[in-house]
Design a protein around this ligand. Structure first.
Ligand code: NI
Length: 131
């Protein structure tokens, strides 16, 4: 089994500014202010509390990758993102354990251009893996 480390919990939100203020009211601190991801057509912001990192993701247009999800699930946590020493190996392990890659490793502007891939499990839903 590859060692996976949790990087963040992804939250889907309709209004990123209001969501940011609300997380701040819970004691979270902004780690990285809002960055626009033109590939996925979303705005992204990171907050931290007690060593936990939350990623706010908000669609900026109707053809964003998460517009459909937001419409269906409203404001909700929707993925946990992991880091691995050997992401290639980790991805293979995950797929051999029932996960299905739903895209290919694509640069994430909010993570300094590091590539990420999303996988989905019919049992636990979506996870993200940083390359
Ligand atoms: Ni994420």
């Amino acid at each position: 089994m590859p060692t996976l480390k949790i990087h963040h919990i992804g939250y889907l939100v309709k209004n990123i500014e209001k969501a940011k203020q609300t997380f701040k009211a819970l004691g979270y601190v902004v780690e990285q202010d809002t960055v626009h991801d033109g590939i996925r057509k979303v705005d992204i912001c990171f907050l931290v509390k007690d060593g936990y990192r939350v990623e706010l993701v908000s669609p900026v247009s109707v053809d964003s990758v998460v517009s459909g999800l937001l419409k269906k699930y409203k404001n909700t946590p929707y993925h946990i993102c992991y880091e691995a020493e050997d992401p290639e190996e980790a991805c293979q392990e995950l797929t051999s354990n029932g996960f299905i890659a739903i895209d290919t490793p694509t640069p994430a502007p909010a993570l300094g251009g590091r590539r990420v891939v999303f996988l989905t499990s019919p049992v636990i839903g979506m996870v993200e893996l940083i390359y």
